[in-house]
Design a protein. Structure first.
Length: 160
């Protein structure tokens, strides 16, 4: 079995049993619902205790359980064709340069980690239609300046 086939099997079971993602993530628990759903969709790995819970919930074989604990090949083709995913892509393409400039001005020469990272999704009631609130928090990782001479900083932290 390939990982894509396991994802399809999990989605078939979810559909057949009438489960919501909220129900599934509540049963598996252990970490952010975004990470649990991402793992079941093949984009993340589940730690062994959570893979065990998922295997029990979905009646998976030992091989399928081990597959949930493997590091996956992550990502999707770009640009995405799904309208919701495309809006995230568009959001970064349009706002990315400004966010980059503001991060560099505030922190220095570096990047925001998507590995040492927190992500939260919430629904906010609003009179003109409910809002999707996504909060991202990533560790700032400065670039390392190598072969630098004395007096030149080692890392790209903001200089005062």
């Amino acid at each position: 079995m390939r990982r894509e086939q396991l994802t399809e099997k999990l989605l078939d079971i979810k559909r057949a049993r009438g489960w919501s993602w909220k129900y599934i993530t509540g049963e598996i628990g252990g970490m952010s619902p975004v990470l649990v759903v991402g793992a079941l969709l093949g984009q993340m790995k589940l730690p062994k205790p959570l893979a065990e819970k998922a295997a029990t919930l979905f009646d998976l074989s030992e091989e399928e359980k081990r597959m949930l604990n493997e590091v996956p090949t992550r990502g999707t083709p770009m640009p995405p064709t799904d309208p919701l995913l495309y809006r995230f892509y568009e959001l970064v393409m349009v706002n990315g340069p400004a966010l980059k400039a503001l991060i560099e001005e505030g922190f220095g020469d570096g990047i925001m980690s998507a590995i040492d990272f927190d992500l939260r999704l919430e629904r906010l009631p609003h009179p003109k239609g409910d809002r999707v609130q996504i909060t991202m928090s990533g560790k700032f990782l400065p670039y390392k300046y190598y072969e630098n001479e004395p007096g030149v900083p080692d890392y790209g932290y903001k200089e005062d």
